[in-house]
Design a protein around this ligand. Structure first.
Ligand code: PEP
Length: 252
């Protein structure tokens, strides 16, 4: 549907953090080789980044490695936190920022997400910046306003390196619930995001992949991915099984 290369990213969340990360990374590497038109990224927990990086290198794989979060400072007294430079040292070249679980469970604000996007880009780590409305916000008719506010927060940062960063639209009510946005509802929000990117610059709008996330599975991926402004998917639960994840890569 465009010149943008489809991107399928798997968010393992707080799962597969031990030795079992290696066979899963190897399985994803095999699947990605079959569909080289599609860019594939996996996001294991921090503790499995180095092992997954090793496995992907052994497989001579082009699958990208992402962390699920980072701290915006370079170093210092931030006990328990990880910087963009440390992600790079672990073999990651991507990072998910502002996931709704971070926003909801760990109090991340638009301002914090923006600092992370900026710090990631400064460290040459590619951010996947997540946005999305809650069920209450959708029912109150605030979907477009909420997502616009969230995207506007980091728009200027993305505009500094057009195409380097990625946006993921993930309606909170669709994450881990089995409820997926209809392709038309998702496309409406994606088109609005594309419009915001275009206000910063046409180049930013045409180069930036906007992913959909929220209960994406092999059987609903095609309808979503054929939408004009949906450039890929951020997949949670269905990314933990290499065979199921392969089918989503195939759908792209
Ligand atoms: C996610 O966590 O980014 C996600 C979309 O999860 P799930 O696919 O399990 O809904």
């Amino acid at each position: 549907n465009s010149a943008r290369r489809p991107l399928i990213a798997g968010n393992w969340k707080m799962n597969v953090g031990g030795p079992e990360a290696m066979p899963l990374a190897a399985g994803v590497a095999r699947a990605a080789k079959e569909f080289s038109r599609v860019e594939v990224v996996v996001a294991p927990p921090y503790t499995a980044l180095a092992a997954a990086a090793h496995e992907l290198a052994e497989a001579k794989s082009e699958v990208g490695l992402a962390a699920q979060n980072m701290h915006p400072e370079v170093s210092g007294a931030f006990t328990g936190e990880i910087s963009a430079g440390m992600l790079r040292d672990s073999g990651a070249s991507w990072v998910i920022v502002g996931h709704s679980e971070r926003r909801q469970l760990f109090g991340e604000t638009d301002e914090m997400v923006t600092r992370k996007v900026a710090a990631a880009i400064a460290a040459e780590i590619r951010p996947i910046a997540c946005v999305g409305e809650t069920l209450e916000e959708r029912e109150a008719g605030q979907t477009l306003a909420v997502v616009e506010r969230q995207v506007r927060a980091f728009l200027d940062e993305l505009a500094k390196a057009p195409g380097f960063g990625v946006v993921a639209y993930e309606p909170v009510w669709a994450i881990g619930t089995g409820k997926v946005a209809s392709p038309a509802d998702a496309q409406e929000v994606h088109a609005m995001i594309r419009g915001l990117l275009a206000r910063a610059s046409i180049g930013l709008a045409s180069a930036t992949r906007v992913l959909y996330g929220g209960s994406v599975k092999a059987d609903n991926a095609v309808g979503l991915l054929e939408q004009a402004d949906i450039d890929g998917a951020l997949v949670g639960g269905a990314s933990l099984d290499a065979a199921g994840f392969r089918k989503i890569i195939e759908a792209a």
